[in-house]
Write a protein that binds this ligand. Structure first.
Ligand SMILES: *[C@@H]1O[C@H](CO)[C@@H](O)[C@H](O)[C@H]1NC(C)=O
Ligand SMILES: *[C@@H]1O[C@H](CO)[C@@H](O)[C@H](O)[C@H]1NC(C)=O
Ligand SMILES: *[C@@H]1O[C@H](CO)[C@@H](O)[C@H](O)[C@H]1NC(C)=O
Ligand SMILES: *[C@@H]1O[C@H](CO)[C@@H](O)[C@H](O)[C@H]1NC(C)=O
Length: 391
């Protein structure tokens, strides 16, 4: 009699496992073995739950907005823009890698003076490694703490996606600096990435004083950044600050060949608010929290730095220009000037587009105590000012 019951239970369990494998089948064809073992383990842990829970998918993926298909000219839009319109409303994605203790918990998070928030993607392992050893190193400098997180989605599908995620998990075990969500890491999903980060910050690091938000291919002089932020009179992070490479009086690019193409179907207005180039900008904790609050009532726009500008505008706050932020790269005049003269980089906060090895070299050079930077070797400021005055 007992044996009969056991057999029946085993049979039901097998059926459930098979059903799960079937339900997950279009996820991937490979790795089925470990998949079924994981599923089995998971089922065993959940077997005490009501049946209805077991049969519910673990997290229901966000559904397409079918009305988007009816938007005028939808079928003529490039694929990534169609994709954007179909999933524009999706803001909740499960976290694959989390760091609840990055800032010592929400209550202690005021101890973090500068949180470096670096947009990366699964494949950019080499860049992350260089940044960890250079400007993004977590450290105590001039009595204040610098902390670092990389914000990442997922790329590829099926087996390849899982392999990359496994690698990221290993990387994170070692470095404890990756926040990863299960959404497609694409250019048009950068705003989503930013908003998900702000949500994370709201939960786990709400009191961080200042943030640097930027790409993983920039050279940031975090020593200068600390000096600049410590020099903010009367602002310990509790007041507004948002500064970088200020861009004004521009609007959406309507040429479909551009990476930044935003058709009227995505944004009707011809105007962008003032914003700072997304390669890198600095903001206070207060401003980050304000942007997050505003984001709840602003529909997602694909260009992430413009979206930040929209949130600021809605809050009645203005971004400002910082001379030392060069997201368009350094425009060093041709001729006998060395583009990589460390004297240039000693004075900036940030320069865009650096190859990993040059970040490494430059980071070491600017800290060289014997580096002599005088009038004779033209400071960055002189060169850029000359250039901007059109002399
Ligand atoms: C779905 O798309 C239509 C057309 O773009 C839009 O008007 C509507 O607000 C969208 N719905 C949601 C829930 O985002
Ligand atoms: C953004 O991510 C979601 C979730 O992975 C995906 O469905 C959507 O296609 C992505 N959007 C773009 C424009 O890549
Ligand atoms: C920051 O400055 C404000 C006044 O502007 C003050 O009320 C607050 O206590 C300060 N916070 C910290 C953590 O020092
Ligand atoms: C700057 O100029 C001085 C001489 O005026 C020279 O000795 C020094 O090497 C130069 N430094 C760099 C980094 O080019």
């Amino acid at each position: 009699m007992r044996k009969k019951i056991k057999e029946t239970i085993a049979l039901i369990l097998t059926g459930v496992v098979c059903l799960f494998i079937f339900m997950n089948k279009n996820d991937t064809e490979d790795d089925t073995m470990s998949n079924s073992i994981d599923t089995y383990k998971m089922l065993r842990q959940q077997i005490h739950l009501p049946r209805s829970d077991i049969f519910q998918p673990l997290s229901s993926p966000c559904q397409q907005n079918m009305s988007a298909y009816k938007v005028t000219g939808f079928s003529t839009l490039p694929g990534h823009i169609q994709d954007f319109l179909l999933y524009r409303h999706c803001r909740n994605f499960p976290m694959l890698l989390d760091l609840p203790n990055k800032c010592g918990g929400p209550l202690n998070s005021a101890d973090v003076f500068l949180l470096l928030v670096i947009k990366s993607s699964p494949e950019n392992y080499e860049r992350r490694e260089v940044l960890r050893k250079t400007w993004a190193e977590e450290r105590l400098h001039k009595g204040v703490w610098i902390r670092r997180v990389f914000i990442i989605g997922t790329t590829k599908t099926g087996f390849e996606k899982r392999r990359l995620n496994k690698l990221l998990k290993l990387e994170n075990n070692e470095n404890k600096d990756i926040l990863q969500w299960d959404f497609k890491d694409s250019f048009f999903n950068l705003t989503l990435k930013q908003v998900l980060f702000l949500e994370w910050m709201d939960r786990w690091c709400p009191q961080a004083r200042f943030l640097f938000n930027g790409d993983d291919d920039v050279f940031a002089n975090t020593f200068n950044m600390i000096e600049y932020l410590q020099g903010q009179e009367g602002n310990n992070g509790s007041k507004h600050l948002f500064t970088g490479h200020l861009i004004q009086n521009v609007g959406p690019i309507r040429h479909s060949a551009s990476k930044y193409f935003v058709p009227v179907q995505v944004q009707e207005s011809k105007r962008y608010p003032p914003y700072c180039g997304g390669g890198g900008f600095v903001l206070s904790g207060f401003t980050a929290r304000t942007i997050y609050k505003m984001s709840h009532s602003i529909i997602l726009l694909p260009i992430d730095d413009v979206y930040m500008g929209m949130c600021l505008e809605k809050a009645g706050l203005k971004p400002t220009s910082h001379f030392g932020v060069r997201t368009a790269g350094l425009h060093v005049p041709a001729g006998n000037v060395d583009k990589f003269n460390p004297c240039f980089y000693r004075e900036v906060l940030l320069v865009h587009r650096f190859l990993p090895h040059m970040i490494f070299v430059m980071w070491n050079e600017i800290q060289n105590p014997h580096l002599q930077c005088g009038k004779s070797n033209h400071t960055l400021q002189e060169i850029l000012l000359t250039k901007e005055r059109g002399v």
